[in-house]
Design a protein around this ligand. Sequence first.
Ligand code: PLP
Length: 539
Amino acid sequence: MSQTRPKTRPEAHSKMFSPTAKAGIHPATEAEAATEASESLDPTDWAGFRAQAHLMLDDMLGYIEKIRERPVWQPIPEEVRARFRSPAPRQGEELTQIHAEFMREILPFTQGNVHPGFMGWVNGAGTPVGMVAEMLAAGLNANLGGRDHIPVEVERQVARWVCELFEFPEGASGLFVTGTSMANLIAVLIARDSALGVAVRARGVAAEPQRLTAYTSNAVHGCVPKAMDIAGIGSDALRLISTDSRYRIDLEALEKAIREDRAAGFTPFLVVGTAGTVNTGAVDDLAGLAELCQREKLWFHVDGAFGALAKLAPDLAPKLKGMECADSVAFDFHKWGQVPYDAGFILVRDAAAHRNAFVSPAAYLKRASRGLAAGSPWPCDFGPDLSRGFRALKVWFTLKALGTERLGAAISRSCALARYLEGRIRETPELELMAPVELNIVCFRYHTEDPGAQNSSPENSDPGSSSPEISNQVNEEIAVRLQESGVVAPSTTMIAGRIAIRAAIVNHRTGRAEIDDLVNGTLEQGRALLGRIPPAPAE
Ligand SMILES: Cc1ncc(COP(=O)(O)O)c(C=O)c1O
């Protein structure tokens, strides 16, 4: 099975290359070679290291397998936190001790997104397959900035798979990045350079006479205005268009804003549609946006951080109609793709425009037609990073091991769970749904207004409890108490000026039991906070 190292140099190689002995340099004696090996940072006791490494792998597999037996999250004790303030070690210690410290002081105090009760923010859960692939990638320690090696081909293969999935043309370019925040920034930069010409990269935006403007809905993720800021265009130049009752961009208002900006001398250049808004999971009318962008000659970018991968689920894919017409799509494999952090991706229809925005020749990165410096263009020509890890491997393993159908089914299931939660909220008078459930995000609150006199104890009923401030305080407190309970971990957001408890169901391990825990826990905490008596169980 295992490949043995060739004992001699390959023939072609030895013909061209003189070994050091021939060049008059003495080969190291065995003793010298042994000393040199011990000066490297590799283990001196490989057998011992191997045994310890197997233990570490086993511990992590056990952690995931038994994750349900742990709290989803727990506060970090002060003495544990304090131990992470110690100075950098001058001498190394035994790996066994460091591992024990990890098990004792790191592993129990993580965010909890591996746990099925985690439903805060929008976080993926990872899989054991992704975890072991990450270990293999670390062993290879490949740098995917460039050069001619198979890890770059793996990344290119995943890019082709994404192209196919998103119905993009074959020549489109794709690149792994940290996350959608970075992918959105890359899209803004490509769109900017396409509008102003690549000379803007040298001259800077300030030298350009045009005043660029971009458009998105007021439900946009905060990383898009940040991208406008970093791109030198300014976040004020991003027009936040109003949304309809389902939190989707209002196309008429968008057209009007573009018209008014043109009349005022601005240069509209970009529209960002969202496939799955961060607050409520709304999906813009992407086909409508595509058509408008084509008519107005604007770059059409889709922020599909989590929603884009709904393409994998046949029942959800129609919601994304129009995404296939985008100029670029940003999304994450680390959210609904369940790949361990981090694994963001940017897909660009026009590979030349993508490359023009980032290519940066340097003597030390000179390309060749043969040898290790072959294989141009390199990934570093498509983004800001030169040193890049092998993110593609964990995605490649995940896709190969689980298949797109199983991943799609998990995505579909999280939307079914969201609908189940919606149903439970609708049938519970003490709870109120705060936004339509479009995909996998459910926003709701515990009613601080008295939902039915029969549920209140007269001595505790508080007429002031109907104010928005009380509602916000109570719901914020419920979310914190739920997190501290270790059972479920939702987050909060603001919907129509009110704090909502937000369940973003991304985790493939989450099931109905966790949804029931969320509902029951919310009721229990809400009643405790307002001194309400639970209704008598139905006969
Ligand atoms: C719609 C949307 N856009 C962008 C982002 C940012 O993605 P990342 O955290 O991978 O940078 C998120 C994160 O949840 C998101 O939901």
